[in-house]
Design a protein around this ligand. Structure first.
Ligand SMILES: [Zn+2]
Length: 388
């Protein structure tokens, strides 16, 4: 704990991946304690509903202390802004088309952008050639907005449901800000009309989805979960919602209340009655895998985890590996440059592998000797693992 997680070297992490049976529990426990300390520092000082940067200062200091990394030396909120070097593209003069877009989007969400070029960037699909406007596509802003919506949805659900376990919280958070919900929100806000792309099929995909969604809405009698039964939205729709939130956060000089306002206006109203989404949340592959292992096979000795590993193509960067381990054996894994869907792919692969096995075959195949009395004792550990 004193050394901090940042002190760990890549080789050690890699060694653990190959030799994970003994090492992982200690590493995981340290991680859990560090994360819980940060959560406690946050909970002690945060006041829901009236964000002020001072309330987060102790949590920021806890992160700095525990990660012990040169990339995070922040001691107070304003240090983040100070560390942000405003890129030239953000402050360049906006074109008539960019100003027009900013005006239209302001009618869909009441936030006024000081930097319309930053807003434009949030709506530029990766297929759009850079040379058109010399603006970056939305991917970095999406990355940031994803984390911000995580924060907003987690705190909301954490305060509102004080008695729910971490697995329940994770599943229902995913229902709120997963791709399916954000696709719906892209249509509900009107954001879906502003995406700029250079791709043959995207326009059709967006149009088909929006048509199906709005039809479902028109016959739903105001049901808040009308969007659940509709086909999955194209991923780019959720991306622009996240990128918009990231852009707004930067444009407002890191004012987190802009994120909360967006969340309260456009996301939270669909989730007043969270019980509508219990079944939906349970269909997530990660949850499904927990149920199959625990209920069909009675096994408690398994975990899902992720590790950063050196990339195969480029020694500078890191890939993210998600794996499912049953009784000390890594049974499926997914290695990718982005961590977004790795956990889902690894869980799906494990489900495929377990399909059709009898409980007896399962116990032989994985050397499973779990007994029922362990179930209660270990349940909380297993559930928490899902929230990686
Ligand atoms: Zn077992």
């Amino acid at each position: 704990l004193l050394e901090g997680k940042g002190a760990k070297q890549t080789e050690e992490i890699e060694a653990e991946v190959h030799n994970s049976s003994k090492h992982n529990l200690g590493e995981k426990t340290i991680t859990d304690v560090c994360e819980a300390l940060i959560g406690a520092a946050f909970m002690t000082h945060n006041k829901p509903g009236e964000w002020h940067p001072d309330q987060w200062e102790n949590a920021i200091r806890a992160v700095t202390k525990l990660v012990k990394n040169d990339d995070h030396k922040m001691l107070q909120w304003s240090d983040y802004k100070a560390a942000y070097a405003i890129p030239a593209y953000q402050v360049g003069e906006a074109t008539a088309s960019q100003l027009d877009m900013a005006m239209k989007i302001e009618l869909e969400h009441p936030y006024h952008f000081k930097h319309p070029r930053l807003l434009r960037s949030a709506f530029l699909h990766p297929s759009q050639p850079y040379m058109f406007e010399k603006l970056p596509n939305y991917q970095r802003l999406e990355f940031l907005g994803d984390a911000l919506l995580d924060q907003a949805s987690i705190t909301h659900i954490f305060y509102k449901f004080p008695d729910k376990d971490p697995q329940w919280l994770t599943e229902h958070k995913m229902a709120m800000i997963g791709n399916k919900a954000l696709g719906m929100i892209a249509v509900e806000t009107g954001f879906y009309k502003h995406l700029r792309h250079h791709h043959d099929q995207i326009q059709h995909q967006i149009q088909d989805y929006a048509t199906e969604l709005l039809e479902a809405k028109s016959i739903s009698n105001g049901a808040k979960d009308y969007w659940i039964a509709v086909s999955d939205p194209p991923k780019c729709l959720g991306d622009i919602v996240e990128a918009y939130v990231g852009a707004m956060f930067i444009d407002s000089d890191f004012d987190y209340s802009t994120v909360e306002n967006f969340f309260n206006m456009h996301i939270q109203p669909w989730f007043d009655d969270m019980s509508l989404y219990d079944t939906y949340a349970n269909n997530h592959p990660c949850t499904h895998l927990h149920n199959v292992l625990q209920q069909s096979f009675g096994c408690m000795e398994y975990r899902m985890f992720k590790k950063e590993v050196p990339a195969t193509n480029n020694s500078e960067s890191k890939d993210v590996m998600h794996a499912v381990m049953i009784h000390h054996e890594i049974v499926t894994w997914d290695k990718n440059t982005s961590s977004r869907y790795g956990q889902i792919r690894a869980a799906k692969a494990a489900l495929d592998m377990l399909q059709g096995l009898t409980p007896m075959e399962f116990r032989q195949r994985f050397g499973c000797n779990c007994v029922l009395e362990e179930v209660e004792e270990k349940a909380s550990v297993v559930q928490a693992d899902c929230a990686i």
